[in-house]
Design a binder for this molecule. Structure first.
Ligand SMILES: [Zn+2]
Length: 201
């Protein structure tokens, strides 16, 4: 990966595939990773859509996103300072200007490429934890319709499927039964064939 590619990987919009509960696969375009992490710092309350309205809906601080955005801002700030540029709060512009000036110098790129790649990995971890889908009904292996949860309550639907937000690799999908006596695990593409057969009923 070149430095230009590393910069692009966090400053250009992200195209991703999302799996819907009905079994469809959609392609969506999201803001770039640096914008996503900045936007995730404060996620507004449930009814944020409407304008007006006086009472605040209680914004929630995502502390992992806040820490990461703050860290990245500080690192880019020090890179900019080294080149005689002022620090600015907006991450995309801060990185892009720095990159433009830096490419005119003879500095070694490797350290910067590695650092920017590490941001991309971290941001994806913070913003895209695996999606979970609860399968309604009993487990096809043990036939249990309920399982004992962490609070000691019997709750329905023991089978869960987890899959990555980015569906590029179906092998990362994983299904499992939460019934203690069962512990069945399904992995990879077979999980999806099985899931479809359940949803198709
Ligand atoms: Zn089971």
């Amino acid at each position: 990966m070149t430095l230009a590619e590393a910069v692009a990987s966090v400053t250009l919009p992200v195209t991703t595939k999302v799996f819907t509960e009905s079994g469809g696969l959609h392609t969506v375009e999201l803001p770039c990773l640096l914008e996503q992490i900045q936007d995730a710092v404060v996620s507004s309350g449930k009814d944020s859509a409407g304008g007006g309205g006086g009472a605040t809906t209680g914004s929630v601080l995502n502390s992992a996103a806040f820490d990461e955005a703050t860290y990245i801002r500080r690192v880019i700030g020090s890179w900019r300072t080294d080149l005689g540029l002022k620090r600015i709060p907006e991450l995309v512009q801060a990185l892009n200007d720095w990159h433009m000036v830096f490419t005119r110098t003879s500095g070694d790129h490797d350290l910067f490429i590695r650092e920017i790649q590490s941001w991309a990995v971290k941001i994806k971890q913070i913003l895209d934890p695996p999606k979970r889908l609860e399968i309604v009904g009993p487990c096809p292996t043990c036939n249990e319709s309920h399982y004992l949860n962490g609070e000691g309550e019997w709750v329905p639907n023991p089978v869960v499927i987890e899959y990555p937000h980015d569906m590029a690799d179906l092998k990362e999908a994983r299904g499992y039964c939460r019934s203690q006596e069962c512990d069945e695990v399904w992995e990879g593409a077979t999980t999806f064939i099985w899931l479809r057969s359940l949803l198709g009923k």
